[in-house]
Design a protein around this ligand. Sequence first.
Ligand SMILES: NC(=[NH2+])NCCC[C@H](N)C(=O)O
Length: 291
Amino acid sequence: MFQGSQSMVKKMKTVIIKHPHQAFISQEHLDQSWKTFNYTDRPDWNRALHEYAKFESILREHVENVLHLPQSDKTGLDSIYAHDPVKFTSKGAIILKSGKELRQGEAEVYKAFLEENNIPILGQLTGDALSDGGDLVWLDDKTLAIGLGFRTNKAAIAQITEMVKDFTDKIIVVQLPYDRGPAECLHLMSIISMVDHDLAVVYSKLMPVFFRQLLIDRGIQLIEVPDHEYENLGSNVLALAPRVCMVVAGNPITKQRLLDAGATVYEYEGEEISYKGTGGPTCLTSPVERV
Ligand SMILES: NC(=[NH2+])NCCC[C@H](N)C(=O)O
């Protein structure tokens, strides 16, 4: 029985990931495509494998089922960030269409993978609708916040709203700023990560005032990420269970603030697999079931 949820924090039971073997493929492949995909630098294949081994071992300690997406010639480097092509609801996956054109082939591969594994699909974006999973945040099981920006458009918000309306009370549209422009990746999840039902890590500088206030009004304690740790993906924190989380190493202030809030914090080195492609632990994982 599929145990889908509309939570970013409940105990993760099943997760989909994509290993560098299937996404990065080889040093040669990385060399050919890192500039095209707008990475900050050329990832090192061996170090990427090493980092990923640690990352995956933390995941395996906490998550019963870890499923791997297959290699495909329809996808590129960014497919390592398995969070983006779909979003899970309690009734199954919504198949999205990336706002980054180079990533649009990922959804089809993902959909076939879900079908093969008998994981339910709720619906799929059609027409002009564009959205990345990184823009969709369940604040609780009845409330979905959606970032409206370069990666997610109004057509997608309308279609997603329609798909979830029978089992969701509220959709909150959060306007994202221009920040560094369309070539860079800025998702709603770049500026907020839920760590428990009442605890979130945030980068308030890029957050609309109404949204920050709404979080506070909902009784959510906010942990602020300092500027230099935001640059190091410090605001990208993956909840493995309520207050049990994973961060990219090199964010000591955020880590200490999480510890002070009573969280257990696991770290992995993410220079190659996270930093260079701008994708932290939430981006590297697609939680299917949380219980
Ligand atoms: N959910 C996320 N924050 N994903 C990050 C994706 C990063 C990737 N390089 C992109 O530009 O699409």
